[in-house]
Ligand binder design. Structure first.
Ligand SMILES: Nc1ncnc2c1ncn2[C@@H]1O[C@H](COP(=O)(O)OP(=O)(O)OP(=O)(O)O)[C@@H](O)[C@H]1O
Ligand SMILES: [Mg+2]
Length: 1020
């Protein structure tokens, strides 16, 4: 049997792992959580469910070394705990002399450990287990059994006995039988496995999962024909476990590091690991080189190849992760057929893969290691050969890749002049392809080489300042504004403002914009200097540009009329000078100014301004202004309550940003602008999708924190407090050290307040609210200030409306203080647009709720009637806007306000039922819980809910138990009456009845008896 011999399979990565190299590889940290794999786990869970219901199911899971087969199976097994038994046996790489049936021996040993020898024998219910003793001596029936060979009848009996054992085991609970690493399976194991899988229809409740390394399955591998045979069986599924996605690899890294990794680190590790989790583990925290242990692992996979083959691999490694056949032939001087022949062993050993007419290293890391094996002279010589070959015939590399390939090879060949010129060309090519990060790399290289090439300006046709300026602009596009600022600063040092005032002014303008984009601490000083440089009337176009930037900056910092004046002047000059880009920028600022800080309907058509801005941006062919238009317009529309329109505009902006390569800088902002209106409109599922997509994509700046804040608010509304806390933590990490910006920080503070309140830590919530109101001036930012003010008033009202017995004095004092400050701010805060108007109404209603509580509860009718009116006004406003969550909340409060009154319960039923319906439809778990609690207290049965029933204490009615619980808190009859929406007289009737039933002489005694009897056990 040639394929029995492991020795004739090529020694790949896999064998080296088993050869013990893995031991010293394990010096890294393993992620405590399984990243990604939700789909695969769900599929396995479905399989066990199918098996449990009597269907035959077997799953063959292939995957390359280290891709996570074992981890997946282990996680699956963990999740089965309690609902199914898992039995796992692994095949060992022992060669032909190894033990046959090794994984089944392992399975039996596990069973004996769990059930004991007698337990296992018992399972066989008197039938002979004679043959099982061959696998595990403990199970042998008599010690002196002759050791026959596995042939004929004995072998058939053994198979039957294994089958019988599994059959009986699965009758009790479903069983997942997992056979790991089947690529090492001996022939006997393969036969038994085939037998069991073939007999699955007779084995109710058994799922068989087999894992194997697909990268081990060379052409002659003995598992291949078996897999092919099994695959034809209808109940056998074969799947290939893929490498991790970038997002999952980032998740694994975060879990290993215990913090969110930097985007650049994710990029590097993902590129080098190709998403193989084993490699991710080793590369995380490693320095630039390949860790020694991983290096050994990689080298082991090529050491066995013929010398000529590994020599060719080294040459190929100087190219890239993939190299064309023709190019390699050219560089090596070996003719095509001979080259194929010489590389065949590498393909057979799975080191190289064939992709059309190209060879691809199976792992970026293998290439990296091979490349580092090259000697220095060999290295530069090889690169020069590649460069010369590609320069002579650019079709040797894929279309469009010639400039970047040439830049790479000339640089690695240390040919300075050619390296500089080719890097400049490659930068231009990358810019055309919207690959800004690559473009920036190439520009950086040009700058590095500049001083070492004497005729650099002649070689590329521009001066040093121009290269720096381009680098600054490109850095901005790729989201690296701080680097952009550094490039602009370097350029400014080289420009003489006396002789070139316009150039200097434009650079100052660029630096100011970059600093603003990167949220760097700065003032408008640069722009003031720039204005002076071009004040002489000779550079009007530049002056307009500076004014437009100034207007943009001013409108973000404050609301004064200076911003408006600057924008209007910029627009007028830009029109006269026919500068469409500047016109577009000025129009955008004017449009936003028009809606913010001033009542909208001033006659100016805001949407018209946006349309004009877009037209100008199109004329200027300036994509960043176009994308900015989408950002501003969607922001304004959302403020106007035009949720669907806002989401649509932002969505098309998102697509546009992707088309122009601006996702990295603008993607997160636009995603926020899509998600916010979707949430307002009650379309939470779509919002989830947008947020998840944007979080998975790389992005920079504080907008990433806004994504997490939105995700957290959504989790909170759903009642998922751990999810909300996690999201809040991530947002906090991202905001740490950032300058205060109302649009990032105020929603973040608001979430902190709401989460603390939801966790029943009102003291903490109020402390945050108090600090926020004390430290930050909310008046310039009504858009983000109103929601925060509403949240703060809500928490304060919650504390102040608690029954006196449950009120904590310090909290109540804090609440009164917060309420007073909030009232003052609210009186001065501007209201623009219908959303802010609705928020203002809600805020007033929360204040009214708190005020009503400070009036005497027993004669609260007058005050609560007022509160009710306030809430109904909020209801009407949210209804009009079509925002279900705040509408549901206002309805709930309106119902609550109706309750203490004489008409109470009847008037509360309709709004409460509507609130419940809204909350249910949205999946707003928190609101639903609040509504349900109010319904319970008021004994209102909501439609679709079972009639109010609570466990009553023995002998006491549900109402009496309720009353007794409140008595136990020390509440007076009046307070209890307020809490349960009944009259104090009714309370005293209940209290007397409770005392009589418990045989207590006083309220205190009743409580004591109740505690003793455990009647109040769940009262906390
Ligand atoms: N989804 C994942 N999330 C986090 N870590 C993972 C994940 N998948 C695998 N790992 C980690 O990567 C390493 C390799 O995974 P694992 O041992 O499961 O690979 P394998 O496919 O079974 O490899 P082999 O072919 O060598 O058996 C392990 O340390 C594992 O914990
Ligand atoms: Mg494994």
């Amino acid at each position: 049997m040639p394929y029995e011999s492991i020795a004739c399979t090529p020694r790949g990565l896999a064998q080296s792992l088993a050869a013990g190299i893995l031991d010293n590889v394990n010096a890294c940290h393993v992620s405590p959580v399984v990243a990604g794999r939700a789909q695969e786990l769900a599929a396995l869970q479905q399989s066990i469910a199918a098996a449990a219901s009597g269907e035959p199911v077997a799953v063959l899971v292939g995957g390359e070394t280290g891709v996570g087969k074992t981890r997946l199976i282990t996680e699956f097994a963990d999740r089965l705990t309690g609902s199914a038994r898992t039995l796992t046996g692994g095949c060992l790489e022992l060669g032909p002399a190894g033990l046959p049936f090794a994984p089944f021996t392992g399975v039996l040993r596990q069973l004996v450990r769990e059930l004991g020898v007698d337990g296992v024998r018992g399972l066989l219910a008197g039938r002979s287990a004679s043959e099982l003793g061959r696998l595990l001596p403990e199970l042998a029936e008599s010690a002196d059994q002759p050791a026959e060979a596995y042939r004929g009848e004995a072998r058939a009996r053994l198979f039957e006995q294994v089958l019988g054992l599994l059959e009986r085991l699965a009758q009790a609970t479903p069983v997942a039988l997992i056979i790991e690493d089947a690529h090492w399976a001996d022939r006997s194991t393969r036969d038994l496995l085939t037998f069991l899988i073939g007999n699955l229809p007779a084995l109710r409740g058994l799922l068989i999962v087999v894992t194997f390394r697909s990268d081990e399955l060379t052409r002659m591998h003995p598992l291949r024909p078996l897999l092919a045979e099994l695959e034809r069986i209808s109940w056998v599924e074969r799947t290939e476990l893929p490498r991790l996605t970038r997002a999952a690899a980032a998740e694994q890294m975060a879990a290993i590091l215990g913090r969110e990794p930097a985007e650049t680190q994710v990029d590097t590790v993902f590129r080098r690991s190709d998403g193989n989790p084993l490699f991710v583990e080793h590369l995380v925290g490693g320095d630039a080189g390949v860790p020694a242990s991983l290096r050994d692992l990689m080298l082991a996979s090529v050491q066995r190849l013929p010398e000529q083959t590994s020599e060719l691999l080294r040459v190929a490694s100087a190219c890239d992760v993939s190299v064309g056949h023709a190019l390699l032939a050219k560089v090596t001087g070996i003719d095509g057929d001979e080259l194929s022949r010489a590389l065949r062993p590498a393909v057979a050993a799975n080191v190289l893969l064939i992709d059309g007419d190209r060879y691809v290293f199976r792992h970026a890391l293998i290439r990296e290691v091979m490349h580092s094996e090259l000697l220095p002279g060999e290295h530069s010589g090889l690169h020069e050969r590649y460069a010369t070959a590609i320069a002579a015939d650019p079709t040797l590399v894929p279309a469009g890749r010639a400039p970047i390939s040439l830049a790479h090879h000339w640089h690695s060949a240390h040919h300075l002049t050619m390296a500089l010129a080719s890097a400049w060309q490659a930068a231009a090519e990358a810019g055309n392809a919207l690959a800004y990060a690559e473009q920036l790399d190439m520009l950086t290289r040009v700058l590095e080489l500049w001083d070492r090439v004497s005729d650099a300006p002649q070689r590329i046709g521009v001066d040093h300042v121009s290269v720096l300026t381009t680098a600054a602009e490109v850095a901005g596009m790729s989201g690296e504004s701080d680097r952009g600022v550094a490039f602009a600063t370097a350029a400014l040092r080289e420009v003489d403002a006396g002789t070139e005032p316009a150039r200097a002014a434009l650079l100052l303008d660029l630096r100011a914009s970059l600093a603003e984009q990167g949220d760097l601490l700065m003032s408008s000083d640069d722009l003031m200097v720039a204005m002076q440089l071009v004040a002489d009337g000779r550079h009007e176009a530049v002056r307009a540009r500076v004014l437009a930037t100034l207007a943009h900056l001013l409108h973000k910092e404050s609301k004064d009329s200076k911003a408006h004046a600057a924008a209007a002047e910029a627009l007028a000059i830009a029109r006269a000078e026919n500068e469409p880009r500047t016109q577009a920028e000025a129009l955008l600022t004017l449009a936003v100014l028009e809606t913010e800080g001033s009542p909208i309907s001033k006659g100016l058509d805001v949407l018209g301004l946006f349309a004009a801005a877009r037209a100008a941006a199109e004329q200027a062919r300036d994509c960043s202004v176009l994308v900015q238009a989408a950002i501003n317009e969607s922001h304004v529309l959302e403020g106007l309550g035009e949720h669907l329109l806002a989401a649509e505009v932002a969505r098309s902006g998102l697509a546009e940003a992707a088309r122009y390569g601006l996702s990295r800088t603008s993607g997160a902002i636009l995603a926020v602008n899509v998600a916010e209106p979707l949430i307002s409109a009650g379309n939470w599922a779509d919002a989830d999708e947008v947020i998840a997509g944007a979080i998975a994509a790389p992005s920079t700046g504080p907008h990433r924190s806004s994504l997490w804040v939105i995700a957290g608010s959504l989790a909170l509304a759903r009642g998922d407090l751990p999810g909300a806390a996690d999201a809040l933590g991530r947002a906090s990490d991202l905001l740490a050290g950032q300058r205060f910006r109302s649009q990032s920080h105020l929603p973040h503070l608001q979430l902190q307040i709401e989460l603390a309140a939801a966790r029943d830590q009102p003291g903490q919530a109020l402390a945050i609210a108090q600090d926020t109101l004390a430290v930050h001036d909310l008046l310039p930012n009504p858009r983000y200030a109103w929601p925060l003010l509403r949240a703060a008033a809500g928490v304060a009202a919650d504390v102040l409306t608690r029954p006196p017995a449950a009120r904590i004095v310090e909290d109540a004092e804090l609440a009164a203080g917060v309420l007073a400050t909030a009232r003052q701010v609210g009186a001065k805060l501007e209201v623009s647009g219908p959303v802010q108007a609705a928020l203002q109404l809600t805020f007033r209603a929360e204040v009214g709720r708190a005020d009503a509580a400070s009036a005497d509860v027993s004669v609260a009718d007058g005050a609560s009637a007022d509160t009710g009116t306030l809430w109904w006004a909020a209801v009407a406003a949210w209804d009009q806007l079509g925002e279900p969550l705040p509408l549901g909340y206002a309805l709930y409060r309106a119902a609550e306000a109706a309750l203490p009154g004489s008409a109470g319960r009847g008037a509360a039923v309709t709004p409460l039922a509507r609130a419940a319906g809204i909350a249910r439809e949205l999946g707003a778990g928190r609101l639903l819980a609040e509504v349900a609690e109010l319904a319970r207290r008021a004994r209102i049965t909501l439609p679709g809910e079972p009639a109010v029933t609570e466990p009553a204490s023995p002998g006491l009615t549900a109402r009496e138990t309720e009353v007794l619980r409140l008595v136990a808190t020390g509440a007076s009859n009046a307070a209890i009456a307020a809490e349960l929406f009944i009259s104090p007289k009714t309370v005293s009737v209940h209290v007397s009845s409770v005392m009589a039933k418990l045989g207590a002489g006083s309220r205190g005694e009743a409580v004591a008896i109740a505690h003793r009897r455990g009647l109040l056990a769940d009262a906390s």
